[in-house]
Design a protein around this ligand. Sequence first.
Ligand code: PLP
Length: 346
Amino acid sequence: MGLTIDLGALVANWKALADRAPGARPGAVVKADAYGLGAAQVAPALHAAGARDFFVAQASEGRAIRPLLAPDARIFVLSGHMPGQDLTGLIPVLNSPEQFFRDRALRPRAPFAIQLDTGMNRLGFEPAEWASIRSEALGARTDGGTGPALVMSHLMCADEPGHPANAAQLRAFREMTEGVSAPRSLAATGGILLGDDYHFDVTRPGIGLYGADPFQEARPVVTLALEVIQTRSVAAGEAVGYGCTWTAPRPSRIATVSAGYADGLPRALSGKGLVLWAGDRGAPVVGRVSMDLITVDVTDLPDVPDRLEILNARQGVDDLARLAGTIGYEILTSLGSRYPRDYRPA
Ligand SMILES: *Cc1c(COP(=O)(O)O)cnc(C)c1O
């Protein structure tokens, strides 16, 4: 019952993405608690498989996993160096001249990385800003050597291989990093799948590790089984759930399972034909998804199960995302904290 996270499948996905970029050192993005799956379990499993470069969004996320990883693991903080932050043992990815000067003043010998903006306009140095600090940054002496540990940028349309922004960002990244001897990084999951030109020295896969689009060959990592709390008979013409949005067209058996939108199963899944699974048999969700409960028409199942699966090899996070009008990233990072969690070892 609850959420089962298959660390073996996760490691297999990491290796498969590493194989797609054989010239690069494969990193792993474990921000947002490893996309909701648990950075404390995911990061050590990937380290054991050989990953050494980890990426988190915030310093607090980095501090949480630092004691769990050997000193050879590098933990990059994508938000960079914000005032008052403790970055001990972490590598801030500096995004602006302001962050660069703050960081060099406060941690003069500590390793740092640089993010360049190649068109996304979200984080990173603009070309003119980079030009103004480039030689100082590349020549900075740190305990890890000379210059940044990594110079990186991020693609905004990598999940659309034909989008012209990909080639434009690649060109901008090449221009801005010409003559830079520090390791370079441009590709997340989507960029890895775009091909060799995008791989550079270090890759930063996130979503593909966790089994979702755009890495369509990924092995599913998450299974979510929901407990059936109660089953009842409903006469034809009776309504089920808030708003009376579903009325039984025939005498029906309705099972009520223990999870709802408070557990990250979007209310927008109501009335979308979502199916829950008992083995290889599907049973349709009927009525609204409420805060803690979902109602399922199990009339056609041979017997009443004690659990129904909402995420499994048949129905993945992207299927749920499509029905709810969102993306797999949001489904994963919304998975609630009330589920019992079971980690299958790698
Ligand atoms: C989230 C993120 C990634 C990982 O992206 P995926 O699409 O999940 O592979 C890589 N780099 C940066 C800068 C990110 O913000």
